[in-house]
Ligand binder design. Structure first.
Ligand code: NCD
Length: 306
């Protein structure tokens, strides 16, 4: 594995290997001394052209817990704001001899393009509306950890609904690819205006009626309404969006007792997810965050260790 650009690039063996090692890395979170020696002397740069809290900080912690040197470069506060091109920024960092560049950028396909320019390993931390592979891997890891703990088995045959702003979401594309490979059944739920074009060809169930599926799902994954990517009216009003697509307190009562609630964050409480749902005992939102570090440690280990 030279780069991690998309889920579709990974073989099934690589997926299982990343998830397996993430399981071992996860134990480090409980340890008092959070340090493993595997990436000593290696350098990881987080290059973020878009805002982020959890993805950036968990990549940084993942690198540091593996003893790599990690630095953060964000578009704001860097020479990007002086007009430097993406290519020049990448070539500059690459010339410093860094080993991996974890990159988030608003352009779909930009990280794959960058991989053609640099010597370093590129990791896609979200490229436009294309893919966010480590998010899907951490979502799967959090679900699998939960199903193992509760003796509900694997993802094989589980029904996962992904509801929300699918049009602007890179998370949904990576998740559909990964969950299908792991044997889960996926149902996508959104108003017609927020369905990605060509979604019917993705090979998963598609509906605009959340109430039709909510009582059957094993995982209810809610996605953020991405206002910053919306130019125009995609739904009549927030109140109507909540009524039709929000994980409200009343829909929560129809969710199976064994089902879990997932959200990649950041959450718009009161919009796609109610506070009651976000804080429900069935919510695995914070487990997703802790799985994030383990999965990113595993990915960096796969790319950089010996
Ligand atoms: C997602 C992203 O940036 O694609 N967040 C994340 O990485 N945890 C989803 C989002 O922004 O809504």
């Amino acid at each position: 594995m030279k780069h991690l650009l998309s889920i579709t690039d990974l073989s099934t063996d690589e997926i299982h290997s990343i998830l397996h090692l993430a399981g071992r890395m996860h134990q480090l979170q409980e340890a008092r001394v959070k340090k493993l020696p595997y990436l000593k002397g290696r350098t990881v740069v987080n290059l973020f052209f878009e805002d982020s809290t959890r993805t950036r900080s968990s990549f940084e912690l993942a690198a540091k817990w593996l003893s790599a040197d990690a630095i953060n470069v964000s578009a704001r506060g860097s020479s990007v704001s002086k007009g430097e091109s993406m290519r020049d920024t990448l070539m500059t960092l690459d010339a410093m001899g860094v080993d991996a560049i974890v990159m988030r950028h608003p352009g779909s396909g930009s990280v794959a393009q960058a991989a053609g320019w640099v010597r370093a390993c590129m990791v896609n931390a979200g490229d436009g509306t294309h893919e966010h592979p480590t998010q899907a891997l951490l979502d799967a890891h959090a679900m699998l950890t939960h199903f193992t703990r509760t003796r509900l088995g694997t993802l094989e045959g589980k029904l996962v609904s992904i509801t929300g702003d699918l049009l602007h979401s890179r998370v949904v594309r990576s998740n559909v690819a990964l969950l299908s490979r792991l044997g889960a059944r996926v149902v996508l739920v959104a108003p017609h205006t927020l369905m990605p074009p060509g979604v019917k060809t993705w090979g998963v169930q598609v509906t605009s009626d959340l109430d039709e599926v909510i009582s059957d799902v094993d995982v209810a994954m809610m996605l953020r309404v991405q206002r910053e990517r919306m130019h125009g009216g995609f739904f009549p009003s927030e109140r109507e969006y909540v009524a039709a697509y929000g994980l409200t307190a009343s829909r929560l009562t129809r969710l199976r007792p064994t089902a879990v609630i997932a959200h990649p964050g950041p959450m718009n409480r009161g919009l796609e997810i109610s506070s009651t749902a976000a804080d429900d005992p069935r919510s695995i939102v914070l487990d997703q965050v802790s799985s994030g570090i383990a999965v990113r440690m595993s990915v960096l280990h796969h790319l950089l260790a010996d």
